[in-house]
Design a protein around this ligand. Sequence first.
Ligand code: BTN
Length: 188
Amino acid sequence: MTNQQAIKHLTQTAMVTALIIVLGFFPGIPVGFIPVPIILQNMGIFLAAELLGRKYGTMAVGLFLGLVALGLPLLSGGRGGAAVFLGPTGGYLVAWLLAPLLIGTLIKMTRATESGYWWLEVGIVWLAGILFIDVVGAGWLAIQSHMTLSAALLSNLAFIPGDLIKATLAVFIARRVRAVVDFGITTA
Ligand code: BTN
């Protein structure tokens, strides 16, 4: 990789981190029965995986979470600080870091970004973006909030309709963006 390519990838990575931050400006919607809001910010995680692939997608999300850990109020509702990782939403945050790796690996294995395979790409983001994140998130929520795992998993059903829309939109936005901007790193 040339220096110029490295600078381009890092710039694109920083831009996606900025996008995740901007999506956090939309306040979360409380669901009432668990201390986990419906948010728009997780669409930024789907976009990071979709646009940047596993390596740079993980870097973009890692940079975002690093800034949150340092105390910057970048999560929906203006929250931040290392303590959020031990709070009720900590499991989702850890899963956010792993999701681009999982999504990127599945995309690479199946060549789902090739034209005609949008349905496969959507399926991968549903599986590794929604199911994976919600199951890990619910697992930690159950421990942290002293709930049963089944109650935590059931409560996560509240997120599914919105998450399906966000994930599907992210795939279609990413496919359009990749058609005009050379990311060239979707399978890196
Ligand atoms: C935080 O801001 O502390 C993280 C919130 C995590 C919310 C999760 S992400 C998956 C699911 N979909 C949503 O809209 N909300 C939850």
